[in-house]
Design a protein around this ligand. Structure first.
Ligand code: ARG
Length: 567
């Protein structure tokens, strides 16, 4: 049991109610003078038929001297405020971190449950651009967070590998492409071919007929068409893989849109049998006017399937394959209507598990620094952004710590961390403007600041030269000064942050907590000497330092960010 649970148990016993209800309601008072925990007694008023103020004062009385963890309890306007015993609290939190190490905050609540996450989901033959940053890093963070809570996760890169654009690309390649050049230029060469196609097709619309024919050949499994298409796919994935490696992102499945082609006919038949389809002007649709939505297009008049047809099929396939507890689509808010329609159609088909499908949406990323290495002035390549950030991080490190070993690796971790941080530090739905100066500010609310604080903790621990920190003898009663206690509370609060992040699909709750721990650590560090104090004090502060380092590292890890030991 952790400290909060202990307090909850004491209140629950005193009030004779369920501990879970107390734990959920337990909050932190706005200021430390008011207490360490506050329990809003109005939630019991109805049940006990008493005013919150009376309940609070009765409970306060019952809790006096109940055990060594609670120093005192006071009633304050319907709230029961609890003052904990700081020494006991410090002991409890630090022992927990020492015991758990990098498993701090890990639970088994998700055991036996599978969460499918559809994220990154890049498009074949298109470069990995900044528009795919958020889905990639939010999806990766959520995957790590759910794993930490014991869930089995299935990360799925739902590749955009279906559509008439691949017919166009084949036409362009056959007309103007040179194999070696495309091989070398990879996805950028494909993009150039695609751009050229559009320029030429404006003058020569007959190209579009050819493109349609080639796309049909892909669909029909024609050997030449398929081998070209697969080659485009290979080139795209090979270059994306480099970006994923840089970001530390992995997937369990790359089943993209084309994967579902063979599964669609049965699903369309099923929809027809269930009576959800209508023919409208030659097209096959699901009428959603009753739900104030435009119709969901299932088949065009020429029989071609659509993005929605594939997503409906995909969801059913995933339910059958993974029997998910939740299926999360980490996709930009622009697709909100699409997912609403898809979910509604699944509901009309009678699938009650659609309640477990959620669109986890997010805002846009734009560049604040103005012009940068863009091609055709439109796409901003994620690789370019990452590399520029690494280069700038390297320059800062060169200046701050010229003697550092492994400068390249540290610059990589810091540069990448700075970029990854952006979509993770704010509420998902917020649009973000990217600026290198802000992202790499070592004193701001940034990944480099958190990494730097982590490295500072490591450096203190290195100087102390203890063989195994986990055996260190520390005394909670030596850590009751305000800076230490504030730091301990912040470390302890990481567990709640992980929880809420999973519940709300909001990794920023962890990012903010990490920054708070860093701030509290730095205050502690400036106010108190660690090394060179009397042994008992030194050891206790070292243990606290280790707890802070571990919490920062765990938090960053859950966000998909590395924490170098030296910077
Ligand atoms: N490839 C799409 C895009 O880049 C995102 C796909 C999202 N996932 C899905 N199941 N629809 O916009």
């Amino acid at each position: 049991m952790d400290f909060k649970q202990l307090v909850a148990k004491n209140i629950a016993d005193a009030a004779n109610i369920d501990i879970q209800a107390v734990e959920n309601a337990l909050t932190t008072p706005p200021s430390a003078e008011l207490g360490d925990y506050a329990f809003p007694c109005f939630i019991l008023a109805k049940q006990l038929k008493k005013s919150p103020a009376i309940i609070a004062s009765e409970l306060a009385e019952k809790l006096q001297g109940v055990n060594s963890y609670i120093d005192s309890a006071k009633a304050e306007g319907g709230y029961l405020n609890i003052f904990i015993n700081k020494a006991e609290y410090a002991n409890a939190v630090i022992s927990e971190v020492l015991r758990a190490g990098e498993d701090f905050g890990r639970t088994s609540e998700g055991n036996g449950k599978t969460i499918c996450l559809d994220y990154s989901s890049i498009n074949i033959a298109k470069p990995f651009h900044i528009g795919h940053l958020s889905t990639t890093v939010i999806g990766n963070a959520l995957t790590r967070i759910f794993k930490h809570l014991g869930y089995k996760t299935v990360g799925i890169n739902h590749l955009g590998d279906w559509g008439t654009q691949f017919g166009k690309l084949i036409v362009a390649y056959k007309l103007w492409g040179v194999r070696e050049e495309v091989e070398k230029g990879s996805v950028l060469a494909l993009m150039d071919l695609y751009v050229r196609y559009h320029e030429e097709a404006e003058k020569n619309p007959a190209l579009d007929d050819e493109a349609r024919a080639w796309f049909k050949r892909i669909e029909d499994g024609d050997e030449e068409a398929l081998s070209l298409f697969n080659w485009f796919k290979e080139l795209t994935l090979k270059s994306a893989k480099k970006t994923y490696d840089m970001l530390g992102v992995e997937f369990d499945s790359y089943a993209g849109e084309s994967f579902y082609t063979p599964y669609m006919p049965a699903v369309i038949d099923e929809m027809r049998e269930k009576g959800v389809l209508r023919i409208d002007d030659g097209a096959t649709i699901v009428d959603l006017s009753e739900y104030n939505m435009p119709p969901c297009l299932i088949l065009k008049s020429d029989g071609a399937t659509l993005y929605a047809t594939r997503d409906i099929t995909t969801a059913i396939y995933r339910k059958n394959t993974y029997d998910f507890h939740k299926l999360l689509y980490v996709v930009a808010y622009q697709q909100a209507l699409h997912f609403k329609q898809v979910f509604k159609v699944l509901e009309l088909m009678g699938y009650d598990w659609v309640k477990d499908c959620e669109h986890v949406s997010f805002g846009m990323v734009s560049m604040e620094d103005g012009a940068m290495s863009t091609r055709k002035g439109k796409v901003i390549l994620l690789d370019d952004v990452l590399n520029a950030s690494i280069e700038k991080a390297r320059a800062i490190i060169e200046e701050k710590s010229p003697d550092l070993e492994d400068k390249d690796e540290v610059a990589r971790q810091v540069g990448v961390g700075a970029v990854v941080w952006l979509p993770l530090y704010n509420n998902r739905i917020k649009d973000i403007a990217f600026s290198y100066d802000k992202a790499l500010n070592f004193d701001g609310e940034t990944a480099p600041y958190a990494q730097y604080t982590h490295a500072r903790c490591c450096s203190v621990l290195r100087k102390a030269d203890i063989s195994d920190i986990r055996d260190i003898e520390f005394k909670g009663k030596l850590l009751t000064d305000p800076e230490s206690i504030e730091l301990i509370k912040s470390i302890d609060a990481l567990k709640d942050a992980i929880h809420s992040a999973a519940e709300k699909y909001e990794p920023y709750l962890i990012a903010r907590r990490v920054i708070d721990i860093c701030g509290k650590f730095n205050r502690f560090y400036y106010e108190h000497r660690i090394i060179g104090e009397e042994k008992d004090i030194e050891n206790s502060r070292l243990a606290l330092c280790y707890a802070a380092k571990t919490a920062i590292k765990v938090g960053l890890f859950l966000l998909g960010i590395n924490a170098p030991e030296r910077m």
